[in-house]
Design a protein around this ligand. Structure first.
Ligand code: BTN
Length: 272
């Protein structure tokens, strides 16, 4: 049961205006309920939806997160959206950079629209304090290198109180409402997201990979703190020295040596 007051519907005209500022004609679908905005975005892409087309839903009945997890998406409690990405085929897109750029964009936009400051927990969770407030999911299907197509999903918890989260998430999840005492205008959050994601995607496309890495590092959670993480299936404990979407995670082990965990193997980074 949700205690959140009913959230206002999205203001379509303001979202359309933000999409237009990106310069191209993009498709916009705002739905009351879908299984997952990811699936609808893939469907639209199959029928030719252009780069940057957006699917937004008030509620998802089968929202999904990374690593096969469920993403709770009750009506009006968050901003749930997916964008169709059609990056150029050459040079080939680098998904870890796109995800890192999106994490920075979401962090910036959330602060601008709501005042909630966040850090990025490797590789792409947004934390307010020690609790998760937003997540990012980048997916492909039947990937065709000559015409790359990806769907970028973002979920931001905006309207929940602690009791609204499932019991297993209550200690680790938060929302804008919990951080600021009131749920935000979701249209303002979505518009800020569109602007920031467009800006950071343009940087990635322009080859400003160093700027993405630097912004990611500047917002990284747990730096210089004792952490644990998985290197494949091996648990590693040490002090977090650096994080990079390209090079991975570096920790200083108890014997003073350094261990680099490759990005594709680094998971479950947590404070020790
Ligand atoms: C994660 O942290 O595991 C990623 C969560 C991504 C959730 C968003 S909500 C909009 C889009 N539709 C989905 O089914 N998932 C993503």
């Amino acid at each position: 049961m949700t205690t959140a007051p009913a959230a206002a519907a999205y203001d379509r005209a303001r979202v359309e205006a933000a999409l237009l500022r990106g310069g191209e004609t993009r498709r916009l679908e705002i739905r009351d309920e879908v299984p997952s905005t990811q699936d609808l975005a893939f469907n639209l892409a199959e029928y030719g939806a252009p780069d940057g087309s957006l699917v937004v839903a008030d509620r998802q009945t089968r929202g999904r997160g990374r690593l096969g997890r469920t993403w709770e998406s009750p009506a009006g409690a968050g901003v749930w959206f997916s964008a169709v990405l059609r990056p150029p085929a050459s040079p080939p897109p680098r998904p870890p950079l796109l995800v890192a750029a999106t994490a920075v964009a979401v962090s910036e936009a959330l602060e601008r629209a709501t005042g909630v400051r966040t850090t990025i927990r490797w590789p792409n969770d947004l934390l307010a304090g020690e609790r998760k407030i937003a997540g990012i999911l980048l997916e492909t299907r039947d990937y065709e290198p000559a015409a790359p197509l990806l769907v970028l999903g973002v979920g931001i918890d905006t309207g929940q109180e602690e009791a609204d989260f499932p019991p297993d998430l209550r200690a680790s999840a938060t929302s804008v409402r919990m951080e600021k005492g009131a749920a935000p205008d979701r249209t303002a959050v979505l518009v800020a997201m569109i602007e920031a994601v467009d800006r950071w995607r343009a940087r990635v496309a322009g080859g400003a990979h160093g700027a993405v890495e630097e912004a990611f590092r500047d917002r990284a959670a747990y730096l210089e703190r004792p952490v644990t993480l998985l290197d494949g299936s091996v648990k590693v404990a040490g002090v977090l020295l650096s994080v990079s979407p390209v090079d991975g995670v570096v920790v200083v082990l108890p014997d003073g040596s350094r261990r680099t965990v490759r990005p594709e193997h680094a998971r479950e980074l947590r404070p020790a």
